[in-house]
Design a protein around this ligand. Structure first.
Ligand code: F6P
Length: 315
């Protein structure tokens, strides 16, 4: 292939704060290299449906909505269905797109890998609040999601103290307990419950009673949504046994509040670095990789990129 002239970018799967900064970086660095940049709306479905537009210095990210945060949950559609992949490749060829940048998490990178295995030039950018991508120490969106969880924990502590209550705070993470674990540690939780480690609610009750016995005015239990006892199940248990256990519990589910909103400085900078690293990888014709932060380096600085990843196990 001659030197690259036209590339496209898309985001897919769950949104994460900082994705738009990654799009911006791809556009800015791509334009700087003299390329034309296009964006597909609505992730892979938009790619197959030819929902695209040109990204210019004046229009990217949310303003262009070309590849904006996408609620599309069919990110694995392309990776699982051969005709879907073929359609995607036809569209890319039809528009003479020479390389594709895919910003997203597990499902998105699985789709990217599938296209790459069919011989198409793809570079992934690691972005998910779950932080469960192999090869990336921290993905775009995690830091902001943690800040949201911590703000909630801090606020709930005040209320919990004034009523001598225990509070369950449910954070996102269907399969991965990273967000719960880190917000539990940073927020000083008495107990943290993650999907990777099944718990017995009686053991949680012991920890909470011990906290009260140490003189604490409140107790915080951080639980991941995918834990064997999530907030709803724990509430059911604590309500049923409140008299015997001797303390009162309330639950707050943060849910999607952790995903959107304004990214913090860390996520913006990480996204900017990874966006630039992605176009540098394309420049070097280094395809079939996902760029991500490893230690303080990213793939653009070194050769520490990874092949398209599988889910990372934090236990
Ligand atoms: O993968 C990101 C994530 O926010 C997970 O933490 C969560 O389990 C899932 O997406 C929720 O998906 P949806 O937005 O489809 O409810």
């Amino acid at each position: 292939m001659a030197n690259v002239k036209r590339i496209a970018v898309l985001t897919s799967g769950g949104d994460a704060a900082g994705m738009n900064a990654a799009i911006r970086a791809v556009v800015r660095t791509g334009l700087h290299k003299g390329w034309e940049i296009f964006g597909f709306r609505n992730g892979y479905a938009g790619l197959a449906g030819m929902k695209w537009c040109r990204l210019t210095p004046a229009a990217w990210g949310t303003s262009s909505s070309s590849a904006e945060r996408c609620s599309e949950r069919r990110a694995t559609w392309i990776s699982k269905i051969e005709p879907g992949r073929r359609i995607a490749l036809d569209v890319l060829e039809h528009h003479q797109i020479e390389a594709l940048v895919v910003i997203g998490g597990n499902g998105s990178q699985t789709g990217a890998n599938a296209l790459s295995l069919m011989g198409y030039p793809v570079v992934g950018i690691s972005s998910t609040i779950d932080n469960d991508l192999y090869g990336a120490d921290i993905t775009i969106g995690v830091d902001t999601a943690l800040d949201v969880a911590l703000e909630a924990i801090d606020r709930l502590k005040t209320t919990a103290s004034s009523h001598h209550r225990a509070f369950i705070v449910e954070v996102m993470g269907r399969d991965c307990g990273y967000l719960a674990l880190m917000s539990g540690i940073a927020g000083g939780a008495e107990v943290t419950v993650i999907p990777e480690v099944p718990v017995d609610p009686e053991d949680i009750a012991v920890q909470i009673r011990a906290a009260y016995a140490r003189g604490k005015a409140h107790a915080i239990i951080v639980v991941a949504e995918g834990a064997n006892y999530n907030a709803a199940k724990l509430m059911e248990f604590f309500d049923k046994h409140q008299e015997r256990l001797g303390f009162e519990v309330r639950a707050t589910t943060l849910g999607h509040v952790q995903r959107g909103g304004s990214p913090g400085a860390f996520d913006r900078l990480l996204a900017s670095r990874l966006g630039a690293a992605a176009t540098d990888a394309i420049d070097r014709k280094e395809y079939g990789v996902m760029v991500g932060l490893q230690g303080k380096r990213n793939h653009g600085d070194t050769t520490c990129g990874c092949r398209f990843p599988t889910r990372k196990n934090w236990t």
